[in-house]
Design a protein around this ligand. Structure first.
Ligand code: N01
Length: 550
């Protein structure tokens, strides 16, 4: 797999260096290579797949339906690949990433096993110099980050963690050879989407599983099942229309049964009937039952109470059921979880719940977990504690811009990026699914394709105009950040202390990071491109001075 890559120098830079070989980096490479650019991907892992390479914990699946969570840009790929389940497992998604990489012969331009340790913009040469842990710098005219929104683990700082004598695992770095949990005493800390997928599977394997919950989560049943050949055929036949619909008419980039009415003003019995029908159908479609669920607290409370009632009806022990019921934030304002048997797992004799709100976690000991009332002993502790989302992997690149500030210093009060794509002081740097773009509040493959296509058009534009330096302005990014916040505040989203807000990381600025609305965002980007990339200042042979977007 290791291949020698030609050295890059200030005189022989790449046209574009892409960081990351997940779905974003793979497609970006394909587009730019096809357009004739000298391009290379630098990837930390030993193979393609990004988040789907690392997140191998038991039960890992995508909660967007497989027929929609796939590339649409190549008719051959979407016809020749066949998904087997309604919600694909991590191994199947990784096989798909490999299928695409083979099909497009991507690996020959991907440098695996290399970490970018820092980068600086050389203002004289108008190039980025990326330092790597292999000791060889990479010189590139343009840099595009494809580092993923959920790829820097949040490893909490809990006193005594290093003293634990058993095995410690973070779900996002699950050992590639698997872990034998059979007969073991296992702890899992966290009850987000990851834990909610992992807990039922781990409970089937472990001797005893203890779940440490700080905040309960809303979850709806996936009702996963094998796909029938008829369903697959229908999707394949109708893909052009369905993909267009997902891209252009959906707030989320995923086709759901859109609501036809608000919950407020609808007979409460009809509200429950609609929620019940969607609960039975399974998946995040539940969130689209009524048009006001994400905007109106009373409507939202109806859906929240419906889910709490479901939890109470599934979990036998009333005290455990009550502890599992989220009560202090609106439903849908943290990412809705989609599960297979999560709540029923707490009826198993080998599963227990520790409510950290009642007995807070004090420290990790050599034997296990000390809470305020007792020491729990374990062979394995699993941290399902999530990610430093959206900005974590960008800041970790340690990039320094034209004013001598790192991105971390520049974004000390929160990220600001024009269209979520570019930030001032950092010329010739673009971010796929960056902060201020729909990213995690969308079917991320739809958002990735839109960004990749926007950026490859932009790269062709600057090449044909002889542009050597392109940068957004402080005003344009400020205006966009303001708009992102304004849109978020028309909804209930900011009422939850979520990772969308940076609230899961101590000290992280509380800024609502994703842009709500795939459809509106796409239109905005198309306008920007049609107006000659308004909001970007360009310098070079043609010395094109572009007006501010504001
Ligand atoms: O992470 P999370 P995740 N002590 O941040 C707890 C995507 N995803 O990996 O809420 C005790 O949601 C924390 O508790 P609290 C999806 O977008 C997608 O589960 O801070 N507990 C919480 O319970 C998802 O939203 C799929 O009180 C601590 C948990 O850890 C995103 O990834 C599948 C703690 C973290 O939950 C992140 O999900 C899986 C501490 N010190 C994930 N620190 C798909 O299907 C943290 N916690 C596509």
């Amino acid at each position: 797999m290791t291949k020698e890559f030609a050295a890059t120098t200030p005189n022989t830079p790449l046209d574009v260096a892409i960081i990351g070989a997940g779905f974003a980096g793979m497609y970006m490479l394909h587009r730019l290579r096809r357009a004739g650019f000298a391009v290379r991907v630098v990837e930390l892992g030993p193979d393609v797949g990004g988040t789907w390479y690392w997140n191998r914990y038991p039960g890992a699946r995508c909660d967007v339906e497989s027929l929609q969570y796939s590339y649409s840009f190549d008719e051959g790929i979407q016809q020749d690949w066949t998904w087997t389940e309604r919600f694909a497992t991590q191994p199947e998604i990784l096989r798909y990433a490999n299928f695409v990489a083979d099909r497009l012969d991507l690996r020959r331009d991907i440098q695996f096993g290399v970490r970018i340790t820092s980068g600086r913009f050389d203002t004289t040469a108008n190039q980025w110099v990326l330092e790597t842990d292999s000791g060889t710098a990479i010189h590139a005219r343009q840099v595009i980050t494809a580092v993923g929104c959920l790829s820097t683990a949040n490893v909490p700082q809990i006193a005594g963690m290093e003293s634990f004598e058993g095995q410690t695992i973070h779900t996002s770095d699950w050992p590639r050879d698997g872990v034998n949990l059979s007969g073991k005493r296992v702890a899992i800390i966290g009850t987000g989407s990851t834990a909610i997928q992992a807990i039922p599977e781990i409970a089937r394997q472990a001797g005893h599983l203890t779940v440490f919950q700080r905040t309960p989560n809303f979850s709806v049943p996936a009702r996963n099942a094998p796909l029938t050949p008829e369903t697959v055929d229908w999707w394949k036949k109708n893909y052009p229309d369905l993909r267009k619909k997902a891209r252009e008419t959906m707030r989320s980039g995923t086709i759901y049964d859109l609501p036809t009415r608000p919950a407020i003003g609808t007979d409460p019995a009809d509200v429950r009937a609609e929620l019940e029908a969607r609960w039975q159908k399974g998946g995040a479609n539940f969130a689209y039952a009524f048009s006001d669920l994400i905007f109106d607290e009373t409507a939202n409370a109806m859906a929240a109470e419906f889910v709490r009632d479901k939890i109470r009806s599934i979990v036998h022990d009333p005290e455990t059921a009550e502890a599992l019921c989220p009560k202090d934030y609106p439903i849908f304002c943290k990412r809705i979880c989609v599960d297979s048997d999560y709540f029923a797992t707490f009826n198993r004799p080998n599963v227990s719940l520790v409510n950290l709100r009642q007995t807070p976690l004090e420290r990790i000991t050599s034997k296990g977990v000390q809470t305020t009332d007792q020491e729990h002993e374990f062979d394995v502790i699993i941290y399902a504690t999530g990610f430093d989302a959206i900005t974590g992997s960008l800041l970790r690149l340690n990039l320094t811009g034209t004013q001598g500030r790192t991105l971390k210093e520049k974004w000390a009060d929160g990220p600001k990026a024009y269209l979520g794509l570019a930030t001032s002081e950092f010329p010739n740097l673009f971010m796929i699914t960056g902060p201020g773009s729909p990213s995690v509040l969308s079917n991320v493959l739809v958002s990735i394709e839109q960004h990749v296509e926007f950026l490859s058009d932009l790269m062709e534009h600057i090449r044909s105009h002889g542009i050597t330096r392109i940068e957004t302005t402080a005003k344009d990014e400020e205006d966009w950040a303001h708009h992102v916040t304004e849109v978020a505040h028309t909804t209930l989203y900011p009422k939850a202390a979520s990772w969308y807000m940076g609230a899961n990381i101590p000290g992280k600025p509380r800024v609502f990071m994703p842009y709500i609305g795939v459809d509106a965002y796409r239109k905005k980007c198309a306008e920007v491109a049609a107006q000659g990339y308004v909001g970007f200042q360009m310098n070079g042979a043609d010395a094109v001075a572009h007006a501010s977007a504001g």
